[in-house]
Design a protein around this ligand. Sequence first.
Ligand SMILES: Nc1ccn([C@@H]2O[C@H](COP(=O)(O)O)[C@@H](O)[C@H]2O)c(=O)n1
Ligand SMILES: [Zn+2]
Ligand SMILES: [Zn+2]
Length: 593
Amino acid sequence: MLFLLWLLPSALAAQPSAPDPISAPLRALDFGQLNFLHTTDTHGWLAGHLQEPSYSADWGDYVSFATRMREKAEAQGQDLLVIDTGDRVEGNGLYDSSEPKGIYLSDIFRHQHIDLLTSGNHELYKQNTSEAELLITVPNFRGNYLASNIDIIHPTTKELVPLAPRFKKFTTKKQGIRIVAFGFLFDFNGNYNNTVVQRVSSTIKEDWFQEAIRDKEVDLFLVIGHVPVHSPEYRAIFKEIRAIRWDTPIQFFGGHQHVRDYAQYDSKAFGLASGRFMETVGFMSIDGLASKASHQSAVGPVFKRRYIDNNLLSYYHHTGLDQESFPTEEGLNVSRLIAKARSDLHLDHVHGCAPHDLWMSRAKYPATDNIYTWLETQVLGDLRDESRGDTPKIAIVNTGAMRFDIFKGPFTQDSTFIVSPFTSTFRYVKDVPYEKAQLIVDVLNEQPQVSSTDESSLTTLAPLEQLAYPEDVIVQKWPSASSTNEQIPMSGPDLVPGYTTKDDLGTDGDDTIHSPISFYRVPNCIGPLISANASETPKTVDLVYLDFIEGYVILAAKFAGLDVDIAKESDAYMPHMSLTNLILEWVKKNWKC
Ligand SMILES: Nc1ccn([C@@H]2O[C@H](COP(=O)(O)O)[C@@H](O)[C@H]2O)c(=O)n1
Ligand SMILES: [Zn+2]
Ligand SMILES: [Zn+2]
């Protein structure tokens, strides 16, 4: 059933600066015996989106939402489980701007009752981040954090131990559904050397996994992971379970690619991916499952999915509550914690004012409103090492280092980390023939774009549905009446631009009906020539690059025939200057309010 919401609340949000959501037509949620809420790739956005009304609910609102949804399910004799599939860190001032990073975030995050969670790759890039998982997040969610393929060197004992239990068996409260759950990370190899990520294909051959899938007293296998739902890793897990249990339903939850996505593996196995940055709360329901009580499945099972826009109007609508009856004490407290943390961290402090929007993929590259064009024509001009003076350079930045658009208006302390949170610094090799340096950029851009989850191929990890569309211009299509089981109104309210998701089941997954947005491809990396004498082609240049991509630059240099041992002969360029700080300094200097 489709509903139109006309509520226009005033001053609903706990944070004074959070924008009110805009009314929009909404599709309903169909509850089942077993229901799920799912977040992934939140990357510290627990304050929600302060500049985008569609995604303006904060983690406190989500705490209230999960409580109200659980109350609703349980009142109907059903169950609700809350899932998070990692990349909780890096990407927002709430995480990145504290010293040390993350001290506010984990205290806010733990207030959500999460039934199952797992680690993303971002929890493992650095030693202190993975140790914080082991020492803080795993204990905060004791018994619910799963790590089927991650080990860590314990900081005190120095022993290699599982980051968390490999799997878990439990029975749901209301329906008595017997579940065996696993928690995976994709085949990631960019982790710091204090952790070990075992390949999924070898993990599923281990005795503990083989025994777990031979358990006959199981009504549902639940695989959560920081793994794209369309990936070789999930396909392998599906095949391994199916080979032993030909008929048992399997539900996957995934993430990492920052997209809304739904995969059908067979008639009883499905996977949901729930976007990024607290824009989306995924909802799944399964009906017709066998359970301890029934011992047999009636009809079905029937799986249903929804991508919920993270705002209060969606939350009120799906719970049937309003601004008086919706919030819980716990939820309001969490919103207050977020507001306090933002204030302690001065996240609203304004460093400058952007004169217009700058888009990562909503504008063509190159173009004046494209963020990478801005980076190469403006910001990278300030990348200058004193010892190299005006020596011409080619400066290579992976486009994935930029994480979010810049909106016209205040560029705050929060924006600094939202736009690019990473602490990677620059390195360089001197006296590289100009043609070879150009060739290196070309080789890097010929790498397959986001074709695998393995970071050995340089990825930009394109947002939204870009991955699904090979064309140059990627238009999110308006759902046609024939491709959806609901009647979409073609007149009436002006629709707000936003997600119009196309997945394995069609075009009716989004809860909110939006008008489509166009997306354009971006290269893997940019590599502008920066020279005081723009009209002259230099013979040699400094080849400057972000240290995060050194491995790829070394490979590309080999392809390009550059006879230099980059690992040995490179040096720090503008030591200690991260891309984050380079952008911030540029903004302070050039964007007066
Ligand atoms: N120091 C870093 C770390 C990561 N990146 C970029 O992020 C991508 C992974 O992000 P997900 O949220 O999708 O896991 C990675 O492929 C890089 O593009 C970076 O630039 N610097
Ligand atoms: Zn992510
Ligand atoms: Zn990831």
